[in-house]
Design a protein around this ligand. Sequence first.
Ligand code: FNR
Length: 188
Amino acid sequence: MKVAAIVGSIRQDSYNLKIARYIQNRYKSLFQLDILNIRDLPFYDQDIEFAPPQPVIDFKTQVAAADAVLWVTPEYNSTIPGVLANAIDWLSRVDRVMIGKPSWIVGSSMGLLGSVKAQGHLRDVLFSSGISSPLLPGNEVYIGLVHEKIDEKGELTDEPTIKYLDLVADNFVTWMKEVGKLGGKANV
Ligand code: FNR
């Protein structure tokens, strides 16, 4: 199973990127996780959506080739970061590669609530008509105070979080197999 990870922070030391890498490594026997580059995407522009620059073509091609998408996002000003909204705008147009493709959301922030508001907004966006992505029900992962849960090597060290992620990763794979049988149409 191939999963594409879209991380809502483009900073080099991003905690969310570290979590995506942690998931990539820890669950490699369950799925192959490819972390996609959204840093080089230009601002979405309807004037060029039918002939977009190469980074957009590459990004959409990778999403289209994946069996599912894992969104790993922080919260900016109580919602999803602009870079993530921009990536979603590209995905929602022309070939609309997200339609029917299953999603799993994980998020972390330095605040106590671990990106809960951003994830609520992201959930709504995933159900919008240009995206229409079935989302893993329940299994919500809010990693608050993330700076206290990752060590200097970038490893997640918080045991309760790790244990919960193990459970959710298993649930994701089980659910994905069911969604596959439904042709990616569960809860769209
Ligand atoms: C934040 N941060 C933040 N945290 C939070 O819990 N709720 C919020 O609304 C915001 N808003 C916000 C806006 C902006 C512009 C920045 C730069 C930061 C703090 C945020 O959780 C923290 O910077 C994370 O470390 C960002 O994630 P990455 O880059 O480490 O993945």
